[in-house]
Design a protein around this ligand. Structure first.
Ligand code: PA5
Length: 464
């Protein structure tokens, strides 16, 4: 395993009685073992099909690398239309592994198409996208597991109409890859009828657990990223996640500690990467943690209103924005730092004699500065008795990112099992999707519209 996990500052030894006593590992041994068994027994089954993703057939990957590689050569821009789990994985990984100003690089240096992950239906954003891409050289990946999501289907309809006008139907089809559940859903049916290239999302792979299936692998292969190395990293974290000793299993350990902190009223989990490349990993984590653990009832039908609100921060930027609150505000947070040992670039702070200023900075590197600031923040939190945890990546690359993704997914699954809730459904999201269908007059949603109309009307509580 490449990643390192430091949980010292979660424990009483470091932060006193605000921390977790190491005695709880023994005290809670049965509940840890039960949660571990629940996740292990279901690996590869039902909604835990994502556990098998690192072990996919090589031939399948080779076909994908070859087809998507060709698309990558032809495309000047690659646009992904999707939302939630169908966008955040691709966005977070691509940001981690591509040049930080990928789209602005000249073509020869970029060596891959520009990437646009379009996960909103803001009309200004769609218009802005169309202003910057050339339809003749743009390729599109329409990603929706259900094949029913209004946002993604609207984006597809707009785009396909424009593409047909620009290129003619036969050529337009070649510019579209669809990623969806095979054999099911509106988009799948259309894709078959129109003859688009289709990649399948497994029936038991939920949106937020889908980054290592074609939802993520297709765009990564188009961009020339090493998807086999990514899956290798994910496989390694799967191996470690099957370790029954909680102190040797980082995903089980951090899930358990987070649940202990929830019991103490720490209802906020902050993820704070100290790397711009990992900025969107915090978005990926936020969705995974929020949508999986935020549940009204437990598996026994008891109302629990479980969950811990995830929050994102970026080191060092948010030291000058949020850290004041983390250090002195309510004792309701656990902060997880993502640290990077070796940044892929090194920048020296100029040590010219002139101007005469800041000698303490001159000659050091930004690498030293960012790491010193992370350690300083960790120290400040510890001093203020605030729980914090550090995950260190030796470097950001395909393999370590594969490990990190799998760590987050197993951590979430273990936390769900510890909380005795279903971490793999999302009834709250589905309710909003159905209400949208009803409001737009979709057939079959008349009863939902009646329910909306019957709900209490907005009354006088409005200004302006
Ligand atoms: O994690 C989830 O299940 C959701 O966030 C979905 O990914 C999101 O709602 C998009 O759904 P779909 O991929 O079916 O369009």
């Amino acid at each position: 395993m490449n990643l390192k996990f430091d949980y010292n500052n979660m424990m009483t030894d470091a932060i006193g009685d605000k921390g977790v006593c190491s005695c709880v590992f023994e005290k809670e041994a049965d509940s840890i073992a039960k949660a571990f068994k629940t996740v292990m027994d279901n690996r590869g089954k039902g909604w835990q099909e994502w556990c098998d993703l690192p072990f996919v057939n090589e031939d399948y990957l080779d076909e994908m690398i070859s087809y998507c590689g060709e698309v990558g050569k032809k495309a000047d821009s690659f646009v992904l239309f999707g939302i939630g789990g169908s966008a955040l994985g691709p966005l977070s990984v691509a940001t981690a592994l591509l040049h930080l100003h990928h789209n602005e690089l000249p073509k020869e240096k970029r060596k891959a198409p520009k990437l646009y992950v379009e996960d909103n239906v803001d009309p200004e954003r769609m218009k802005a996208l169309l202003d910057v891409i050339d339809l003749k050289t743009a390729y599109f990946n329409v990603v929706t597991k259900s094949g029913e999501t209004s946002e993604t289907l609207s984006q597809f309809l707009i785009l396909y109409s424009l593409l047909k006008k620009e290129l003619g139907k036969e050529e337009a089809k070649k510019h579209i890859i669809v990623t969806t559940t095979i054999g099911k859903g509106t988009l799948y049916n259309t894709a078959v009828k129109e003859g688009f290239k289709i990649y399948g999302v497994g029936a038991g792979v939920g949106g937020r657990f889908s980054v290592l299936c074609p939802v993520g692998l297709v765009p990564f292969a188009v961009l020339g990223l090493d998807i086999k190395a990514m899956l290798k990293g994910a496989a390694e974290l799967s191996r470690v996640s099957a370790e029954s000793d909680v102190r040797k299993n980082p995903a089980l350990l951090s899930a358990f500690l987070q649940c202990e902190y929830m019991k103490k009223g720490c209802n906020i989990s902050v993820l704070m990467p100290y790397a711009d490349s990992l900025k969107y990993m915090a978005d990926f984590y936020c969705q995974l943690w929020a949508e999986s653990l935020g549940k009204a009832v437990d598996l026994d039908g008891k109302t629990v209103n479980a969950g811990q609100t995830p929050a994102k921060a970026l080191g060092v930027t948010d030291q000058h924005s949020q850290v004041q609150l983390y250090t002195e505000g309510p004792f309701d947070k656990v902060v997880t730092f993502l640290a990077v040992e070796n940044y892929r670039d090194k920048v020296v702070i100029a040590d010219d004699k002139e101007p005469e200023m800041c000698d303490f900075l001159k000659g050091h590197t930004l690498n030293e500065l960012i790491n010193a600031e992370r350690k300083a923040t960790e120290f400040a939190l510890k001093k203020a008795k605030r729980a914090n945890f550090t995950v260190t990546l030796p470097e950001v690359n395909e393999e370590t990112i594969g490990e990190l993704l799998m760590y987050f997914m197993y951590e979430t699954a273990f936390a769900g099992a510890l909380l005795n809730i279903d971490a793999f459904n999302q009834p709250g999201v589905e309710e909003g999707k159905k209400a949208t269908f009803a409001m737009l007059g979709r057939k079959g949603y008349e009863a939902k519209m009646e329910e909306i109309n019957a709900s209490p009307k907005k009354s006088e509580y409005t200004i302006g």
